[in-house]
Ligand binder design. Structure first.
Ligand code: E4P
Length: 218
């Protein structure tokens, strides 16, 4: 399973990339706005920090505008992945970009029907938003399970399921249990994955016992 960081904060991304656990990055207009920095500057820096795909979202809503913005974004670095919304225009632009060999992440997916369309449009990734579905009383993980089941029926679908809008470690664990290809998560969730109180307690005890021996390694 691949881990992407869902952030446009270059300090957070650099910090996490150093762990060797980060396979890519997803950004969106809200995350970029939060940085208060120029988009292209941020995108260039992120693309230098990670070698895997970095999703950069267009803001145009018509096909011609999406393709124009995508061309500009693709000039930034070879690992830019164009993020397009799951709209009729987004799907049309996805097909055009995929035919040119560009990687596309179709975002804002909330139903299995939409995910089928993203695969048919040649998306490299589809991003179902589990947290936002949970927020409105739907079962976000059920959507992941449905999409994976459908995609398995069609080996010619190459689209990877990128679980997005992750809120806590259990979303990541459940996504992995279902066999999702990628989980994109806020930096805080990635850091939470490692923590366990029994690990801390166990290490503390080992180190205390070791100190009593008066020995040193190295
Ligand atoms: C995914 O690519 C999105 O940027 C992100 O996961 C959205 O998450 P949110 O629902 O927490 O805003």
């Amino acid at each position: 399973m691949k881990f992407f960081v869902d952030s446009a904060d270059v300090h957070e991304i650099a910090d996490l990339a150093a762990t060797g656990l980060v396979d890519g990055v997803t950004t969106n207009p809200s995350l970029v706005a939060k940085t208060g920095r120029p988009f292209f500057e941020v995108l260039e820096e992120i693309c230098r920090l990670v070698s895997g795909p970095v999703s950069a979202e267009v803001t145009a809503t018509d096909v011609a505008g999406m393709l124009r913005e995508a061309s500009r974004l693709l000039e930034v670095a070879p690992n830019v992945c164009i993020k397009l919304p799951l709209t009729p225009a987004g799907l049309q632009a996805c097909r055009a970009l995929a035919d040119r060999g560009a990687k596309v992440n179709v975002t804002l997916c909330f139903s299995p029907a939409q995910a089928i369309l993203a695969a048919k449009a040649g998306a490299a990734f589809v991003s179902p938003f589990v947290g936002r579905l949970d927020d409105v009383g739907h079962d976000g993980m059920r959507l992941i399970s449905d999409i994976l089941q459908i995609y398995r029926n069609y080996p010619n679908f190459r689209t990877e399921v990128l679980v997005a809008s992750i809120r806590h470690p259990l979303h990541v664990v459940e996504a992995a249990r279902l066999g999702a290809h990628v989980a994109t998560m806020p930096p805080a969730v990635l850091r939470q994955l490692v923590r366990h109180p029994l690990t801390d307690k166990g290490l503390e005890a080992f180190l205390a016992d070791w100190a009593k021996t008066g020995q040193r390694i190295g």
